[in-house]
Design a protein around this ligand. Structure first.
Ligand code: DUC
Ligand code: ZN
Ligand code: ZN
Length: 483
């Protein structure tokens, strides 16, 4: 055992991981956790965590940062503002996107996003690769090199005119992921059903934000999830289904997992805490609650909670997609847009952990260990960040959120550190708030102040882990093709 004192000791708190809750001190040497135990010797610095919960920093595995939307609108956040907001909400690692649009070179797009993150990020980050243009060059040259360089997950859209891949392209991407060992994350909604509904709604003059929800039928989600699962099983390529919103979607995933197909899935706080009724407000106000898939019903919320309880859903990400309620964001098409002309997405990078803490820990729904699992450990495992991230264990990065479980906070735009200018949770009171947040042993946030410089976050190169490895059973036709 080293005789050097720890650089920092977080003393006297209740340490919780996905598997245990114990009274312990955490000793930190440099950037990593060196000891977890009782009565550790004094550190060069000490943080008194008595009465507090010492938890792994959150991992937000789906957040759009400094990204151009499907409709060509640049979102409101920079890496500096979004990662600052994340840190204030108890998150210490984010996975945003390298967002290719059709015609763009994926390697150049990656270089551009890396430059933005290097300049601004205050916490650590990885990247998913959005593939919108699966050309030979993208799939055979750029993608393999980028996966080798530590981008072990790809995202594709099954809808959106400018981003979607068709069935053949989706199969191409799944196969490329299989050959290069990467997980494929998917926005699964049926494009034709949405386009068909949009056309008819607008033809009838039904243009208010609430018709956004009507234009994305629930069956559009289940059809696409079913098709995606079929493709994934055909090629034996694991997939992650992003932002699941419906009970029917959950049921398809549950059944597929029961059959041993490697399907992972997430939901987001907005689908657990908000409903389609939130869109039904005077004028354009409902635009603030527009996201895709849209908000659904209380019954869907219950189905999602049940799926979080039984493991059908493994993670809860924010899907932070910040568009201001002005001409730079939601109203970029002018002052009187129809629902189709309004950017989809809402902020949530800072409220994700507090909303879930309040529901799961303070109100007791699923409990503390499950909170840690869903917000940190499971995303770390699935995306190849564990054991470095998402845990409090010797050798892990000292990414720690020290929560005051009794602090009551009223959520509101004034409190937030992102640049959206509103929160869909305005006026909601939560119990429990991260008082101090550490990233690789550095105090990032303490007592309401940011204590690090932009650009101090680091890129975390990831290899795909077990989650992205097939189970060795694929369709016989594909077997024959591949011999
Ligand atoms: N899908 C996302 O994943 N994020 C924002 C908008 C969307 O459609
Ligand atoms: Zn999506
Ligand atoms: Zn998203």
């Amino acid at each position: 055992m080293s005789t050097q004192p720890y650089d920092l000791v977080v003393r006297g708190g209740t340490v919780a991981t996905a598997g245990t809750v114990v009274q312990a001190d955490v000793g930190i040497a440099g950037e990593t956790i060196a000891a977890v135990g009782r009565d550790l010797p004094a550190g060069l610095k000490e943080i008194d965590a008595s009465g507090k919960l010492v938890l792994p920093g959150g991992i937000d595995s789906h957040a759009h940062i400094e990204q151009v939307s499907a409709g060509g609108v640049l979102n409101a956040d920079t890496f500096e503002s979004a990662t600052t907001a994340a840190a204030f909400g108890g998150t210490t690692t984010v996975i945003p996107f390298v967002a290719q649009h059709v015609g763009l070179k994926l390697d150049q797009v990656a270089a551009d996003y890396h430059a933005l993150a290097r300049k601004g990020a205050v916490i650590d980050y990885a990247f998913h690769l959005i593939v919108a243009d699966p050309t030979e060059t993208t799939l055979k040259e750029h993608l393999p090199a980028l996966v080798r360089a530590g981008h072990a997950s790809i995202k594709v859209f099954m809808t959106y005119d400018l981003l979607k891949v068709d069935d053949e392209q989706l199969l191409d991407v799944l196969l490329a992921a299989r050959e290069n060992k990467a997980l494929v994350c998917v926005h699964a909604e049926n494009h034709g059903m949405i386009a068909w509904m949009v056309k008819r709604l607008l033809a009838k003059g039904l243009r208010a934000p609430r018709f956004h929800a009507v234009s994305h039928p629930r069956a559009a989600e289940s059809e696409a999830i079913n098709r995606l699962i079929t493709f994934a099983a055909f090629l034996d390529q694991p997939v992650m289904i992003f932002h699941v919103s419906t009970a029917e979607g959950v049921e398809l995933i549950r059944r597929a997992r029961g059959q041993g197909i490697k399907v992972f899935a997430e939901t987001c706080p907005q689908y657990l805490f908000l409903t389609a009724q939130d869109l039904d407000r005077p004028g354009l106000e409902g635009a603030k609650w527009m996201c895709s898939p849209p908000l659904r019903s209380l019954a869907d919320q219950e189905a999602l909670w049940a799926a979080l309880a039984d493991g059908t859903l493994q993670t809860v990400s924010s899907d932070h997609a910040p568009y201001r309620f002005d001409e730079t964001g939601k109203l970029s098409a002018g002052p009187d847009p129809n629902f189709k002309q309004i950017a989809n997405g809402m902020p949530g990078i800072e409220t994700r952990m507090p909303l879930l803490f309040d529901a799961m820990v303070s109100r007791g729904r699923l409990g503390l260990e499950r909170f840690v699992a869903l917000t940190a450990t499971e995303p770390a495992r699935i995306y190849g960040l564990h054991p470095r991230k998402g845990d409090i264990a010797v050798g892990a990065d000292a990414d720690i959120a020290i929560w005051d479980p009794n602090r009551k906070v009223v959520l509101g735009a004034e409190l937030m550190h992102d640049r959206t200018g509103f929160t869909p949770y305005e006026g909601t009171t939560v119990t429990g708030w991260p008082a101090t947040v550490l990233s690789r042993g550095r105090v990032v946030v303490h007592d309401g102040a940011l204590e690090v410089q932009p650009g101090s976050g680091r890129f975390i190169a990831r290899e795909a882990g077990a989650a992205a490895t097939g189970r060795g059973r694929r369709a016989p036709e594909f077997d024959e093709l591949d011999t």
